[in-house]
Design a protein around this ligand. Sequence first.
Ligand code: UDX
Length: 443
Amino acid sequence: MGEKIAVIGTGYVGLVSGACFAEIGHRVVCADVDEGKIERLRAADIPIYEPGLDHLVRRNLGSGRLRFTADIDTAVRDADIVYVAVGTPGLDSGAVDLSQVSQAVRQIAAHLNGYKIIVIKSTVPVGTFRFVEQTVKEAAGENARFDVVSNPEFLREGSAIRDSFHPDRIVIGATSDTAARRIARVHESMGTEVLFVDPESAELIKYASNAFLAAKISFINEMANVCEKTGADIALVARGMGMDRRIGPYFLQAGIGYGGSCFPKDTKAQLHVAKKLGCDMKILQAAIEVNERQRLLFADKVARALDGSVKDRIVAVMGLAFKPNTDDVREAPALDIIRVLRQSGAQMRAYDPVATEKAGLHLPGVCLYSDPYEAISGADAMVVCTEWDQVKNMDLHEVKRRLRTPVVVDGRNVFEPKLMVQLGFRYHSVGRKNVQEEYAGIV
Ligand code: UDX
């Protein structure tokens, strides 16, 4: 028999978690203050692009295990376990805006009609568990019956469903053993290893993981810049490094750096929290700076590929989403790169298979295309910013025919340098030797 679960917040994490909990047999109601969104969700109209999510939602709506409501109070009263999955946006200072968490928790406290477990799923800085516990106590009284559990989410956009059903680990931070074990049982059918820790460690595991992965990406990007000066190939360097089991082969893909709703925000938040605690996280600071610089270096590379200036040149950017299989453009490298090139006088075009609508709001004056070949027709350069299959699998002969000048600047290293030169392109990528010189003889 499944649990009666309420999930507050139908953003990425809330929606995916709610649908997955329903799929494994729990009775789930997802609640949100946004009535329009709830209406759409009731009709299985999913506001985000996430492969497989619409089927999952439709199936579980059909079975009756998943419901959507704008009546948060009733959702809380009817549930035994309440997940808080509201947004925690970053502020300019790097601090996290916890107002939605605070609001949700007060609302839960106002409707504690019996023992409930309040699970914090939103990404929150260390110390939030204690803040939530205290807030509920103050609002609901000393005799209120509840436990708080910290259960951070590690899913990646684009593979969120798979990640939810097959996570590498489930982290549960609690002060009550009973509550911790009950939350572990919610995930039992996944067969994943559960790590039981104190609440502060749970909160830090999430930030430490994201910070470490961000640092790994910035490290490989710095190595890529060194490779370019030496004739080495970053793909081979990364492969050789990754064969060492202590390093591992993942997150060593050089390119234009990380974006998205998590890494940029979470790294800055962790830095902010650490500073407030009197800890100066130098590696994390550098990882953030390297990531910001990597986009600018790439914009420079585009200019160099066009003989030093993009002024009045037509540049087609392929891919706007911060990574493939999502329409999320938050902190996407492509947006910054487009802005810089536009400021330098380029006429910008952009293609993305799913993100043009969301990106369009941030890109005034940029012509947007949903067909990759139309985007490059007559352009002076094709610039790859997201490694979509639709870009990787383009017919390169057709690309060559359509471009006005055969310049390809590849920010995700999706094409084979030797082949590109053989096909007659002036091809530039990240951290790989200048193929023009290397293969000049065989063209
Ligand atoms: C990330 C974490 O992976 C996830 O555990 C956490 O819950 C949320 O943040 P997500 O932002 O969805 O997930 O995407 P991820 O696949 O981690 O990629 C983040 C960014 O890093 C993307 O812009 C991607 O292009 C970039 N990246 C990733 C690289 O540049 N190189 C790599 O080797 C890996």
